[in-house]
Each structure stands twice: as C-alpha cells, then as structure tokens.
Ligand binder design. Sequence first.
Ligand code: A2P
Length: 259
Amino acid sequence: MTTAGNIRLNTGASIPPVGYGCWQTARADIAAAARAGYRAFDTATFYANEQAVGQGIRDAGLNPEDVFLTTKVWRGDMGYAQTLKAFETSRRLLDADVIDLYLIHWPQPDSRLITETWRAMEKLLERGTVRSIGVSNFEAADLDLLAQHSDVTPAVNQIELNPLRQRKSLVAENTARGIVTTAWSPLGQGGPVLHNKTLLHLAEDHDVSVAQIVLRWMLQKQIVTIPRSTNPARIVENLDLDGFALAPPEIELIDALSV
Ligand code: A2P
C-alpha cells in the first residue's frame, strides 16, 4: 500500500484519504473498486458483507495487508467480552490477520456499555490485532465520556458529513482532540447535494462531476471520505481527483453552504 498523500492518525498509522464505502455493496463491487485503485475499504458487522469484502479484495489480486481495512462493532455486540468475540468474527470473515481500524459503530445511552467496549478495543490494540481504534457517530459529549475513562484517544470519528451538513463544530472538536474526521455518505446518499447550484457551477468550471467537486473539497480539507457506488464508471470517477484543485475562494463558497 502506497502511503503518499495519506492522512496520519494519532497512532502513527496513516489512512488513504479516499476509501471505498462498502455499505450495500457486493463482492463484485469490491473487486471493481480494488481494480480501480482503491486501497481502503470501510465495512462493518452491520453491513453483513465482511466476507464479500475479503473475497473481493482477493479477486482483484490483492491481499488484505495491501489495503487499509476498517470494520465496526455493532450495537448488539457491545460490552467487553462481546466486543472481543465480535472482533474475532470480523477478522475471520475478512480473512485478515490484522485490521487497520476498528470502530464503535454508534454510541449507546448506557455509558458503561461504551466504556467497556472501548476497554476491549484497547485490549485489541495491545494485542496488535488492530492498528488503530476509533468511533463513529460520536458527539462531543460521547468523546468526553471516553476521555474521562481512558488515556487512548480515538484515531478517527466517522460521522455523516456532506457540503449541506458540514458539522463544523464537531469537526473542530475532533481536530482539537487529535482525531481525524471521516465523512460517511459524503455525496449525501445521491440526494440534493448532487443537485446543488453552487456545486453544479463549480463542476462546470472545472469540467468534472459534482461528486468530484465534493470529494476534492474534502480532500483539501483533510477529511477522509468513503464514497459508495456500485456503478463501475462512478467507482473510477470518485477516485479520480488529482487532475484539478479548488482555489481558496472556491473552498470558501462550499464552506458557506452549511454550518
Ligand atoms: P450508484 O451506486 O448508482 O453510483 P453516499 O456515498 O453519499 O452514501 O452516496 C451513495 C449514492 O450516491 C449512491 O446512490 C450512488 O449511486 C451515488 N453515487 C456515487 N457516486 C456517484 C457519482 N460520482 N455521481 C453520481 N452519483 C453517485
């Protein structure tokens, strides 16, 4: 795995800035993404496709160690012993020795469940079966809870983020704590984001797609993205971001689209 342009995590590991979001994708899509050049794959127990992710990567002639693998512990598997067990299941399904990043998928109202899950994740880090641990969908108060109970800061907070929902205060919270932000559904699940007038104008100006404008904006803001697509041309397009750059005023135009 080449690390040029990757974003450094607080564990010393580095993550490719654009990964393939595996939610609602199948083995053939994963293989197409790997062949297109994606070197990071984001899955979860909840997606029920970890085995397909492992197989798709191999179908493309790669090994799990050639890519950055993220998976997540689901709500029903939280707790110390349960998390350790769920992790082993994920690792077996992905057929990988080491997982690059293991995340708590969602915070829970029961704070003990969160802290016990985190304790298990610290154990996995200690054992070396994960390289980095982090969280997903955590608000500042959830991050506070972890900080009160642990010296290990999450490497990543993966949150829903797109130009029309920028979550600026949470991103600032992440950054202040040394946590890298990853945007899930960066394209707004194919909804109004892709029809936004400002973004459409920028796309015309640069002769690229709106999706490429959005992903390039995140790339320049050092926000990790994991766009999803099952369309072969769009899988390629979403990784093709190096042929143009947004100027500071263009970045500001997008920044102004939401709080
Ligand atoms: P498709 O699989 O047909 O490409 P998100 O990653 O924000 O959740 O968005 C995923 C949605 O956006 C999917 O419906 C996907 O449809 C669509 N999508 C992904 N990439 C592009 C693109 N480059 N242009 C238009 N739509 C896209």
